[in-house]
Design a protein around this ligand. Structure first.
Ligand SMILES: CC(C)(COP(=O)(O)OP(=O)(O)OC[C@H]1O[C@@H](n2cnc3c(N)ncnc32)[C@H](O)[C@@H]1OP(=O)(O)O)[C@@H](O)C(=O)NCCC(=O)NCCS
Length: 208
């Protein structure tokens, strides 16, 4: 039974974007939009994210189980499964009156790392973001080299925070980060994360 409801959104315009509604499988790992059947994974997802943050010694924007459930119910989350085993996750959220979309909460379970799974999850999240919010700018904040590499490949560029959303509720998410004092001290101009942005207008310019 196909539990994925049709998504609202415009048709895909660019060749490099594939249909996000199609699950894709490689080496026995399926990457797909999460649906209700994935709700039992919520606790595992949150625990895996928290454990990874403790090991890295970095802060994270804390999410509640209800928030992740909402993302799954709204078809705004990507999950990777190896059979029934949880392998990875990421979700999308819109900010600033849907002018900006962030891909957040990226996690790959330790034993599945180093084989391009994060790349596949982020690509699907990118395609889903473009599909649901074709005119929005996509952005992310990260301290991680892996994410910087993946984002660059997808067409993101590093930018100063002034180019990102000024939506207060997005920046509130940084309050639970261990480095929040730096962000406050610099009036939200700088912190340890690098801001990265993808603007669909760049593609339009290239097409001209
Ligand atoms: C970061 C993370 C998602 C990467 O997952 P992964 O499946 O191993 O990543 P991939 O195999 O798709 O690698 C993508 C690229 O990043 C590189 N990379 C992966 N892990 C890396 C690391 N720890 N340091 C530097 N580069 C790394 C890979 O070599 C690859 O680069 P390439 O295209 O030049 O070959 C995973 O390590 C993780 O879940 N970490 C903890 C949570 C986290 O850091 N989340 C990101 C928050 S912003």
């Amino acid at each position: 039974m196909n539990l994925i409801k049709p998504l609202k959104g415009l048709a895909l315009k660019k060749k490099k974007e594939s249909d996000p509604q199609e699950p894709e499988e490689q080496n026995g790992i399926v990457v797909k939009i999460a649906d209700e059947s994935c709700l039992p994974y919520v606790d595992t997802i949150l625990k895996t994210i928290e454990d990874a943050a403790k090991i890295r010694g970095t802060g994270i924007a804390r999410r509640s189980p209800e928030y992740i459930e909402m993302k799954i119910n709204e078809r705004k989350a990507i999950i990777a499964l190896s059979g029934d085993e949880f392998a990875g996750f990421c979700y999308i959220e819109s900010w600033g009156n849907k002018q900006f979309v962030a891909n957040s909460g990226l996690i790959v379970v330790d034993k599945f790392r180093g084989h391009g799974l994060a790349k596949r999850i982020k690509k699907k999240a990118f395609d889903l973001s473009r599909f649901r919010y074709p005119d929005a700018k996509l952005f992310g904040l990260t301290t991680g080299l892996a994410v910087m590499k993946i984002n660059s490949e997808l067409g993101y560029k590093p930018v100063t925070f002034s180019e990102l959303t000024d939506d207060e509720s997005f920046w509130k998410g940084c309050q639970s980060c261990v480095n929040y004092d730096i962000l406050q001290r610099t009036n939200r101009k700088h912190c340890l994360c690098t801001g990265m942005l993808y603007d669909p207008k760049w593609e339009k310019k290239k097409e001209k």
